[in-house]
Every structure is written in structure tokens, then in C-alpha cells.
Design a binder for this molecule. Structure first.
Ligand SMILES: [Fe+2]
Length: 313
């Protein structure tokens, strides 16, 4: 698969063909990312096709419904929708609920203390699971809004394939730096329950072994991350951060009640927010070991053991 990958610098012609197709009619307006779904628990073939069509272009879709499920039904409903869209295998997460989703809300639960997603603080640019080992990469995630914050809690998203194109077009050394197998390393970690996570070194840009797609692991946080200590990596990082701050292709949206995001783990962030006395922000997040919109071309190569272990990378 690598021999024909557009994400290898030596494959210039294949890259240029892929790039041209990718950028042709790329959506400029947020409305082009939105799919109206009448009933999240029973999306129509036309609604699902629209989801797939947008995802294949942008790696990101925002759905919206006028018939938002109650909080008690929201998780189950979201899982029906995500399965209909092709996402079956949720990661195993310490905070997941019965439906495999995690409640993102301000929490004083001791197991969530110190983790920014469960606070009202801003979340800097990242892709999900950047600290995961290669065998547990997060390829897609969903976020469903049950209740927005009364103030703030706005998300921005940036298609990581666009980031790759802009970096490669600017300077191929940026891509070389981010393809290095120790470009970004997450140090070992022991959480409050004594569970250990081993050091996780790796590239920023990876080529998925089964899909052939581009996978990105990135965090802009300053602590608990060790960047390869050379000028090339620093320049690549600075270029990416400047892009994320200034590029007009960044999609910014505050999810309303009944709205949600499905994406192939694109770059994203969140502003800080405030809850009011009568409304507490609640999003339900799912993280998946499969991509959305893509059929895995090499799925047959997976043994049952690999599949069951989530070794999709
Ligand atoms: Fe995230």
C-alpha cells in the first residue's frame, strides 16, 4: 500500500493527483458541513449518504436534528446513528458508560480530577488519543450535544489532511520532521488509580496500515509531551500552530442541543465555558477504532484476533 500512498514524499505525482481531487470544491462555508437528520435513531439512506459524501471530502460532518432525544435516551440514540454511519468499535475507556460513550461535563468525580475534558477550561488543539499506542489509535470520534454551555464551549476543527497539504506545499522538510518515528513522545504516566501507561513515542503523521489513510497524532499542550529536540521539528510545529490560529479553513461552531459531530479524528479544540445554575454543559463523546466513510480496503487481512484486539493500525 505504501508504494502508492500520496503521503510519501517520493510519490509526487500520486500526491498531486490526490491533492487536486481533495481541494476541488472543498467546502468554504460551515453550512456545507451540516446534515439535517429528522430522527437520529432512524436516519434515512439519503441522510446517511450525505454524511458519507461530506466525510469523504472533509473528514468532518455536523449533524442537526429538530427531534433531539432526551438525555436518558441520547447515548443509545447516538450509538444507533454512529453504527448506521459505520462506526462500531468504541475504544475501551475508563469513564465510558453503558453505551460506550463518555460524558463530557464538569465533574468532581475523583477519577476525572486533573483531566481538562472534565473541567470548564479551554482545550488546546489536539487529535484524540494522541497518547495511545499504535495498536490503539483513535481513527474517528463522535460528539453529541445534550446541553450547550450558557457561555463558551465553542469547538474549532481543522481537517488534518488539509494541514498535511499546506505543510507539504510550504516545505517538504516539515513533513519529514513530522513523519519521524520519535517526533512526539508522551512520557510514562500513572493515574490516580495506579494504572500505568507506558511511554508512547511516534510520528505526527502516520499512514494507516489497513486503510492507507493519513492519521495524525498531535497535541499543542506544553506539559507531558516531549518533542524531538531539533530545529526541523520546531519549525514544523510553529508552522502548524500558525496555520491553526490563522487559516480560513478552520471550522468554528458551538454545538447546540441535538447537534453533533462525526469525524475522522481531525484536529480540534474547545474554548473555556461557564455553566449556569440551571444548565450544565453535557456532551457525549465516542471514540472509535474505525474510520467513518471509508471501507477498510485491507480488512480481509485482519485476523479475528487482531480485529477483536482493536489492532486496526
Ligand atoms: Fe478531543
Amino acid at each position: 500500500m505504501s508504494a502508492t500512498s500520496p503521503f510519501l514524499l517520493e510519490n509526487e505525482k500520486i500526491y498531486q493527483d490526490w491533492r487536486e481531487k481533495k481541494l476541488k470544491d472543498y467546502p468554504a462555508d460551515i453550512e456545507q458541513y451540516i446534515v439535517e437528520i429528522d430522527n437520529l435513531a432512524s436516519p434515512t439512506p439519503a441522510e446517511l449518504k450525505k454524511i458519507t459524501d461530506i466525510i469523504l471530502k472533509t473528514n468532518l460532518v455536523i449533524y442537526r436534528t429538530k427531534n433531539a432525544p432526551d438525555e436518558s435516551d441520547a447515548g443509545k440514540t447516538v450509538r444507533i446513528l454512529t453504527e448506521q454511519a459505520g462506526l462500531f468499535r468504541c475504544e475501551t475507556h475508563r469513564s465510558e458508560e453503558q453505551d460506550g460513550l463518555v460524558r463530557l461535563e464538569v465533574s468532581d468525580d475523583s477519577t476525572k480530577q486533573g483531566f481538562i475534558p472534565y473541567s470548564n477550561k479551554a482545550l488546546n488543539w489536539h487529535t484524540d488519543g494522541y497518547y495511545n499506542l499504535q495498536t490503539k489509535r483513535i481513527k474517528a470520534f463522535s460528539m453529541h450535544c445534550v446541553r450547550p454551555a450558557s457561555d463558551g464551549g465553542i469547538n474549532s476543527f481543522f481537517d488534518h489532511e488539509l494541514a498535511y497539504i499546506k505543510m507539504r506545499d510550504e516545505n517538504q522538510d516539515f513533513v519529514k520532521a513530522f513523519r519521524h518515528r520519535r517526533a512526539m513522545s508522551i512520557p510514562p504516566f500513572i493515574n490516580a488509580n495506579g494504572e500505568a501507561r507506558q511511554e508512547c513515542p511516534g510520528a505526527v503523521y502516520n499512514i494507516d496500515r489497513f486503510y492507507g489513510s493519513l492519521h495524525m497524532r498531535f497535541t499543542a499542550r506544553k506539559h507531558n509531551v516531549n518533542w524531538r529536540d531539533n530545529q526541523g521539528t520546531k519549525d514544523a510545529y510553529d508552522f502548524l500552530m500558525d496555520m491553526l490560529e490563522n487559516d480560513t479553513s478552520v471550522i468554528t461552531h458551538k454545538l447546540g442541543a441535538g447537534e453533533g459531530v462525526l469525524c475522522n479524528n481531525v484536529l480540534h479544540n474547545r474554548t473555556a465555558f461557564e455553566d449556569s445554575s440551571d444548565r450544565k454543559r453535557l456532551l457525549l463523546r465516542g471514540r472509535y477504532l474505525e474510520r467513518i466513510g471509508d471501507v477498510c480496503p485491507n480488512a480481509n487481512e485482519l485476523s479475528n484476533k487482531q480485529y477483536n484486539a482493536g489492532e486496526w493500525t
